[in-house]
Design a protein around this ligand. Structure first.
Ligand SMILES: C[S@@+](CC[C@H](N)C(=O)[O-])C[C@H]1O[C@@H](n2cnc3c(N)ncnc32)[C@H](O)[C@@H]1O
Length: 247
């Protein structure tokens, strides 16, 4: 399946990601960043986490989408895909990745490539979301229908909206050891902003020619639109699964 990266690079998605900081999103991995370590931030986006990820280390941000990568920074940035990293075998101490794995068509191949570039004894730290455990209240029929469309769109783009559920097993299967795992909840968006975020993506998908599952997405888009107009006050907390492991 072709990988499409469902959130896209529109301003609303970029603004949301730009609020993320290392002190929050990478707190679970801080003990891995020993001074002088060579660290990758995979799927680094605009670098809002990367720039303060590990000040005592040599940090390299990697992303497939070149226009996102900051320039003129103390951090190095490289354009590459996680499936073919331009680094020598066993040349890195730590690989960190936040909010990438849920968008990958082939996480197993990505983990094989990460294992290649990590030195034996090197560490991996992954945070990936699990929409199946997100707390979204109230959960009306329109919210449920909009979410079903949202998951369908993620899957059409090759991702797994429930990635956090299975990532530990994937790390073990890839040969990583000392796997630690914990769950964090965060209010990534307000309840109302989530409705708009989902509605915008469904509408954009339907505007493209030959969209698969057109009827299902049309009905989900209608529900998402009704959700955006609902006066209901609610809340949204995304479920993040945070893991560390050793190569
Ligand atoms: C949801 S954003 C996360 C950005 C940042 N890590 C954060 O949490 O704010 C996912 C990023 O992964 C990048 N990406 C998607 N597929 C990729 C791939 N195969 N290899 C490298 N980067 C990829 C996208 O371009 C995007 O910038």
């Amino acid at each position: 399946m072709l990988e499409g990266y469902a959130p896209g690079y529109a301003q609303d998605a970029l603004s949301m990601m730009n609020t993320r900081t290392a002190s929050d999103r990478a707190a679970f991995a801080q003990q891995l960043f020993t001074p002088g370590a060579r660290v990758l931030d995979l799927g680094c986006g605009q670098g809002s986490i990367t720039k303060t990820l590990a000040p005592a280390c040599h940090v390299i941000g990697v992303d497939i989408h070149h226009p996102l990568l900051p320039t003129g920074s103390t951090v190095d940035y490289v354009t590459a895909t996680v499936y073919a990293l331009p680094f020598a075998t066993a040349s890195l101490d730590v690989v960190f990745s936040h909010a990438l794995f849920e968008h990958l068509t082939n996480p197993a191949a990505a983990l094989t490539e990460i294992r290649r570039v990590l030195r034996p004894g090197g560490h991996l730290a992954i945070s990936t979301s699990d929409w199946s455990r997100a707390k979204i209240r109230p959960r009306t029929a329109n919210v449920d229908a909009a979410l079903r469309g949202h998951y369908l769109l993620r899957r059409q783009n090759g991702g797994d909206p429930f990635s956090g559920r299975t990532i530990a097993t994937k790390l073990a299967t890839a040969g990583f050891t000392n796997i630690t795992e914990r769950t964090r909840y965060r209010e990534d968006l307000t309840y109302r902003a989530l409705a708009t975020y989902i509605e915008t993506r469904l509408a954009a998908a339907l505007a493209r020619p030959l969209t698969k599952d057109h009827d299902q997405l049309t009905s989900a888009a209608r529900s998402a639109w009704s959700w955006t107009k609902s006066p209901a006050i609610g809340d949204f907390h995304q479920c993040w699964q945070e893991l560390t492991a050793t190569r």
